[in-house]
Design a protein around this ligand. Structure first.
Ligand SMILES: *[C@@H]1O[C@H](CO)[C@@H](O)[C@H](O)[C@H]1NC(C)=O
Ligand SMILES: [Cu+2]
Length: 210
């Protein structure tokens, strides 16, 4: 019985991890004292990557929308003041650990009080559908050499369609390194995570039957 429950939990974890997303928020875009986008939906477990593209700004968590006061939470999210650089923006990453609205603002000068430099993320439970998703950040591509653009009609053959299909054929997904450039790299990262988690699941399933 206990083993049975752990198998169910492991399969559930597979779906939770496969759906985690990396959202992008620009800070100080176009010289404005603003966060872009200022409001969007996300899931618990997602990350928000702030890119400081202009001006001098920071990000401080608040306890209410439009409140220019640091959150009383002991683990309130904060960043140093960053000098914006559009070509090579400094970044800061906020991992959304808790369900519910997450508020933040900029503490520099009168950006919050006068220019309304504050924003909000609606953090929904992991796996819950998003009504107003944010902007997906381009995923990290460490050593990938430049790839020629693939014809659009190649995509259905080489792009894993869903986490379910990649989970049912992990070796096929793992041995397909030539993902076309047009395919979302976020999908690739999700699949890598799924395969890693699936590896653990298979080990557990094996011990379940021993
Ligand atoms: C999230 O997006 C940023 C770019 O906005 C990128 O630098 C970072 O590597 C991404 N993180 C992951 C885990 O993909
Ligand atoms: Cu600011």
């Amino acid at each position: 019985m206990i083993k049975h429950l752990s198998v169910v939990a492991l399969i559930a974890s597979l779906f939770t991890f496969a759906n985690s997303e990396n959202w992008s928020v620009k800070v100080g875009d176009a010289g404005k004292n603003a966060f872009t986008p200022a409001t969007f939906d996300a899931n618990v477990g997602d990350t928000v990557t702030f890119s400081f593209v202009g001006g001098n700004h920071d990000v401080f968590q608040a306890d209410a929308f439009g409140k220019c006061v640091k959150s009383a939470l002991p683990d309130a999210f904060t960043t140093p003041i960053n000098a914006g650089n559009a070509a090579a923006p400094p970044t800061a990453v906020w991992t959304l650990a808790k369900e519910g609205p997450a508020y933040y603002y900029c503490t520099v000068a009168d950006h919050c009080a006068t220019d309304q430099m504050y924003a909000k993320i609606n953090v929904l439970a992991a796996g819950k559908a998003l009504t107003a998703p944010g902007v997906k950040a381009p995923a990290e591509q460490p050593k990938a050499p430049p790839q020629p653009a693939a014809p659009a009609d190649d995509l259905p053959n080489t792009t894993p369609k869903s986490t379910t299909s990649s989970a049912s054929s992990p070796t096929a997904a793992a041995s397909a390194p030539a993902t076309p450039k047009a395919a979302s790299s976020a999908v690739r990262i999700d699949n890598q995570i799924s395969i890693a988690v699936l590896g653990g699941d298979l080990l557990s399933l094996t011990s379940y039957f021993l």
